[in-house]
Design a protein. Structure first.
Length: 196
C-alpha cells in the first residue's frame, strides 16, 4: 500500500502544528491499543512494551500516514505487525525458564491481579471474559477488533494481514464459539447442586 505524505515535512524536519495534532489524535487511541496489546500478550509488561513500540514506529512514520484514512486502523496495523515481529523473534531466541522459580513466584503471588486485569474484568461480565479468554488467538483477535474496537472488516483484514473472507469467517466462528461457551457456562450455573 502506498501512503501519500501527510504534509510537505520530510523525516528529520522539525515538527509543526500538524504533527502536534497527529500526536494528539494518535494518543487518543492509547487505551484501545493497550487493551488489545494486553489481550495479545497476556502480560502487562509485554503489553506496555508493545504499545510503546507501536507509538514509536507510528510517530517515526507519521509523515506516511494518509490524511482522511482511519488512524485507529493504521495504529492497529502497526501494533499487530510489531506483535508478529516480536513473536517471530521470541521463537528464534527461546528463553530459559527456571520452572521451580516460576512455581515459587506463583505460590507467593496468590490470586492477586494487576490493576489492568481488575479493570478489564470489571468492564466485562465474568462469563463473557472467561469465554473470550478461552477462544483461540485468531478468533479472539478478530472478534475483539470488530465488536469492541469497532473496526470494519476491511480494516481488520489489513490489521491482521489476512483476506477479508478469513476475517468474516473468524468473526462468525468466534462469535458462535463465544455463544456456545456462554450457554454451557450458564447452563452449568443453573443446575441445582445435589448433595449426598
Amino acid at each position: 500500500m502506498v501512503f501519500r505524505r501527510r504534509s510537505g515535512r520530510a523525516p528529520g524536519e522539525p515538527p509543526g502544528e500538524e504533527d502536534a495534532q497527529f500526536a494528539q489524535e494518535a494518543l487518543s487511541h492509547l487505551d484501545s491499543l493497550y487493551g488489545t496489546a494486553l489481550r495479545l500478550t497476556r502480560r502487562t509488561q509485554d503489553a506496555e512494551d508493545l504499545v510503546q513500540d507501536t507509538y514509536l514506529k507510528a510517530f517515526r512514520s507519521a509523515y506516511q500516514f494518509e490524511r482522511g484514512t482511519n488512524l485507529k486502523a493504521w495504529l492497529f496495523t502497526i501494533l499487530h505487525n510489531t506483535y508478529r515481529n516480536m513473536r517471530r523473534h521470541d521463537v528464534r531466541s527461546p528463553v530459559d525458564v527456571d520452572s521451580e522459580a516460576v512455581d515459587r513466584a506463583a505460590d507467593g503471588a496468590g490470586d492477586r491481579d494487576t490493576p489492568e486485569q481488575l479493570l478489564s474484568r470489571a468492564t466485562l461480565d465474568a462469563d463473557l471474559q472467561a469465554a473470550l479468554d478461552a477462544l483461540p488467538d485468531a478468533f479472539r483477535q478478530a472478534v475483539w477488533l470488530r465488536d469492541v474496537e469497532e473496526l470494519s472488516y476491511a480494516e481488520i483484514a489489513r490489521v491482521l494481514d489476512v483476506p477479508i473472507g478469513t476475517v468474516m469467517s473468524r468473526i462468525s466462528r468466534g462469535r458462535r464459539a463465544l455463544f456456545e461457551r456462554l450457554q454451557a457456562r450458564r447452563a452449568d450455573a443453573a443446575r441445582p447442586v445435589v448433595s449426598r
